[in-house]
Design a protein around this ligand. Structure first.
Ligand code: PEP
Ligand code: MG
Length: 325
C-alpha cells in the first residue's frame, strides 16, 4: 500500500466523476515540514501555532517565533501555509501560564477569546508572522470564532499591528489572506455579511462535532458515541457548504475526520472541495477519492437519510464495496 501511495503522490486528487479536491496537511512542529514534500500535500491547511508554545517551558520570544515562522515559509517554498493564531485553553494548557479554573474548559476562556481579552500575546504573534513573511504572502486564521464581532475585532487587531509594523519600517506582506475556523455551531448561522467578509473558512470538525452533539472530545465515555456520518451532522455540514457557495467563500475541513478515507469521501460528497489532514492520511484519502463517483455517493447518502437511517456509514460502505471503489 505504501508503494501505491508513493506512486500517486504527485497525482492530483480528482474523483472518478472529475471533481478536483485539494488535499493539504496539518502541521505545527518543525519535524512536520519534510512531510510537505513526501506526502504530496498541496500546502499546509492548518499550522497549529500553539504547539510551539506547548513544547516549551516558557513563553517564546517574538524573535524566536519569527525565526520559526520564517523557517516554515522557507520550507513551504511558495505553497500556501495557513497559520492559525494561538489556540490555547481547554485541552491545550501552557505550563507557564496560570490555568484559569473553569468548570467547563472546552466552553471556557480559550483561543480567540483569550486573544481578544488579553491581546499582548496575539499581537506579538502577528508581528512575528508579518516579519517572518518579509514581503511574502501571508495567510492567517483565527480559531474558535463564535460570532461575527469576534472576527471583526481580531481583524482590527491585525490592521493595527500592520500599521505599527509599517511605521517601524518593516516590510509588509505582499498580500494577507484572513480567515476563521468554523468550529462552533453558532458561526454556521452568522449573518451573510460575515460570510462575505471572511476570505476563507475552515471547519474544525473536532470541535464542531463535540459542540454539535454536546459530547466532550476528551471524554472516552462519550467521544465515540456519535458518528461523523450521522445524518444530522452531514445535513449541518451541507448547510455550511451551501452558505459558503452563496457567498463564494472558500471552505475547507481540517478536523481529524478529513484524514479518514470513508469520512473524507463523504465530506467531498457533501460538497467540501478542500481537506486538510495529518500527512500520513493524504495517500489513503487520495487513493479512495480517485476511485469514487461523488454524484452516486451523494445519492446513496440521501437515500439512506430518506430511509431514516441514523448514520449513512453502512450504506456508504456497501456502496463502495459494490462498486469496488
Ligand atoms: C478542530 O477543532 O477540528 C481543529 C482542527 O482544531 P483542534 O483539533 O486543534 O482543536
Ligand atoms: Mg479546534
Amino acid at each position: 500500500a505504501q508503494e501505491r501511495y508513493a506512486s500517486i503522490r504527485d497525482t492530483p486528487a480528482e474523483t472518478k466523476c472529475g471533481t478536483r479536491i485539494s488535499l493539504t496537511m496539518n502541521a505545527g512542529l518543525m519535524a512536520d515540514l519534510p512531510s510537505l514534500e513526501s506526502s504530496g500535500a498541496e500546502g499546509v491547511g492548518l499550522f497549529r501555532t500553539e504547539l510551539q508554545f506547548l513544547i516549551r517551558n516558557k513563553m517564546p520570544t517574538r524573535t524566536e517565533l519569527k525565526q520559526i515562522y520564517s523557517h516554515v515559509l522557507d520550507n513551504a517554498g511558495g505553497k500556501r501555509v495557513v497559520f492559525r493564531t494561538l489556540d490555547i485553553g481547554s485541552d491545550k494548557v501552557l505550563s507557564y501560564m496560570k490555568p484559569a479554573e473553569e468548570p467547563n474548559p472546552a466552553l471556557g476562556w480559550r483561543a480567540i477569546r483569550v486573544g481578544l481579552d488579553k491581546p499582548g500575546v496575539m499581537r506579538m504573534q502577528l508581528q512575528a508572522l508579518i516579519r517572518a513573511a518579509n514581503g511574502r504572502p501571508l495567510t492567517v486564521m483565527f480559531p474558535f470564532v463564535a460570532q461575527y464581532d469576534e472576527y471583526r475585532a481580531a481583524k482590527a487587531e491585525l490592521a493595527r499591528t500592520l500599521e505599527r509594523e509599517r511605521i517601524l519600517g518593516h516590510i509588509l506582506p505582499e498580500k494577507i489572506e484572513l480567515g476563521a475556523m468554523l468550529e462552533t455551531p453558532s458561526l454556521a448561522f452568522a449573518p451573510k455579511a460575515f460570510f462575505e467578509e471572511v476570505e476563507f473558512l475552515s471547519i474544525g470538525g473536532n470541535d464542531l462535532k463535540q459542540f454539535f452533539f454536546a459530547a466532550d472530545r476528551e471524554n472516552e465515555r462519550v467521544r465515540r458515541r456519535y458518528d461523523t456520518l450521522n445524518v444530522s451532522f452531514l445535513t449541518f455540514l451541507q448547510r455550511i457548504v451551501e452558505r459558503c457557495e452563496e457567498t463564494n467563500t472558500p471552505l475547507s475541513f481540517c478536523g481529524e475526520d478529513a484524514g479518514r478515507p470513508l469520512e473524507a469521501v463523504c465530506l467531498a460528497a457533501m460538497g467540501l472541495r478542500a481537506l486538510s489532514m495529518r500527512p500520513a492520511s493524504i495517500g489513503p484519502v487520495k487513493s479512495l477519492l480517485l476511485r469514487v463517483d461523488l454524484t452516486a455517493l451523494r445519492e446513496v447518502i440521501e437515500e439512506a437519510a430518506a430511509r431514516g437511517e441514523q448514520s449513512v456509514r453502512r450504506a456508504v460502505l456497501d456502496h463502495l464495496r459494490n462498486t469496488s471503489a
